[in-house]
Write a protein that binds this ligand. Structure first.
Ligand code: ZN
Ligand code: ZN
Length: 373
């Protein structure tokens, strides 16, 4: 199995980006640290005030090069980028890297900028390329990143297994009398123990806190009879992210909650079954929403059904009403319907799936039934 930073694969991505740039009439793409840079070169560069910028000239306008502060040049070369024959243009403390890039590219009519570039850098490039139309790299890299390669799917599979191992440990952490904060601290440790490099988020929403989809955790003490939404994710050493939600119950839930949870379970399954090549993403959202609405909980399903995932936890495609984009083999995204009753309780089930020729393959495989602790 090739890795996500295999030089051949990275070179293909750079070539695709350069090709698409010429098609869109750009002179070059300017990629500052972040997921786009890591996607193209494997370099997880620190995002600091000094400029680090990969310049990808449009096809036929030269080879890519990395403009990098002198003090970070070795770090860049030690990353997978160092195996790509990308010229490194390092600069000292008194040099102007923006002017250097301007000089190298020359008069430009179209420049693509990394979506997440800092505003101060955008404005510096604006001054260097006064006549260029600036656009977002998303038009190019978004289209590449949205379809995962085999190596990326393997990376996300490993991330999914790692977070599954954390969920397998969660029941032993949930005890009446412990606070959400204590549980969250243990979960964070488990996320690191299971192979992640960093913890991205830990949600322990107990009782009424479960009704707030983006609740983190606080000092609420778990009580017998609580339902607890545990939504957790981290980043693996290769940069790929995990994200998985299961709902737990301290003791037998009420009849009312059981009914709600059964509806949610069916909705989540309906959305997974709806995943098929060339189906619009909004149809997957509708598959979950229809089940929930038919049971009378439509008002309580507050958010979209899912989001893409890869080098970022939230990235395109979004599984949401109005997204008429069609599912492509190799798309990876979450399916996470939820039902929330403000002030009382909530429930959510979330899996990351990959779209295959046979439909959705789930990368999370802990049981989806309510886990009674
Ligand atoms: Zn999540
Ligand atoms: Zn999610």
């Amino acid at each position: 199995m090739t890795s996500v930073t295999d030089p051949y694969e990275l070179k293909q991505r750079l070539h695709a980006a350069a090709t698409r740039s010429i098609e869109l009439g750009l002179n070059a793409l300017l990629i500052t640290p972040g997921a786009d840079l890591r996607y193209l070169t494997g370099y997880a560069a620190p995002d600091l005030e000094r400029l680090t910028c990969l310049v990808v000239p449009a096809l036929g306008k030269g080879d890519p090069y990395l403009v990098v502060p002198e003090l970070e040049a070795d770090q860049a070369q030690a990353s997978p980028l160092g195996r790509l024959d990308i010229q490194s243009v390092s600069y000292g403390e008194t040099a102007d890297p923006y002017a250097e890039i301007g000089r190298r590219i020359g008069a430009a009519s179209g420049i693509g900028l990394a979506n997440r570039m800092w505003a101060e850098k955008v404005l510096a490039f604006r001054a260097v390329f006064p006549k260029a139309e600036l656009s977002l790299s998303d038009a190019i890299l978004g289209q590449l990143r949205i379809v995962k390669s085999q190596a990326e799917i393997e990376a996300l599979t490993q991330a999914g297994r790692a977070i599954d191992r954390v969920h397998a440990r969660v029941p032993e952490l949930l005890r009446a009398g412990r606070s959400e904060r204590e549980v969250a601290r243990d979960i964070a440790e488990a996320i690191l123990d299971t192979g992640h490099e960093s913890v991205d988020f830990v949600i322990v929403g107990s009782g009424p806190n479960g009704a707030s989809p983006h609740h983190g955790y606080n000092d609420r003490i778990l009580e017998p009879g609580d339902q607890i939404v545990v939504d957790i994710g981290g980043t693996m050493p290769d940069g790929y992210c995990s994200d998985c939600t299961r709902t737990y119950s301290l003791g037998e839930p009420s009849e009312e909650f059981n009914r709600l949870y059964r509806v949610l379970y069916e909705a989540q399954e309906a959305a997974r079954v709806a995943v098929e090549q060339a189906v619009p993403f909004e149809q997957i959202d509708a598959a979950a929403r229809d089940v929930i609405s038919a049971a009378g909980y439509g008002e309580q399903f507050l958010h979209r059904t899912g989001h893409g995932i890869g080098l970022e936890t939230h990235e395109p495609p979004y599984v949401v009403e109005g997204n008429k984009e069609l599912v492509r083999i190799g798309n990876t995204f979450s399916i996470e319907p939820g039902i929330y009753f403000s002030g009382r309780f909530g429930a959510r089930i979330e899996d990351i799936v990959v779209a295959t020729a046979e439909g959705a393959e789930s990368l999370n495989n802990q049981p989806r039934e309510l886990v009674i602790v």
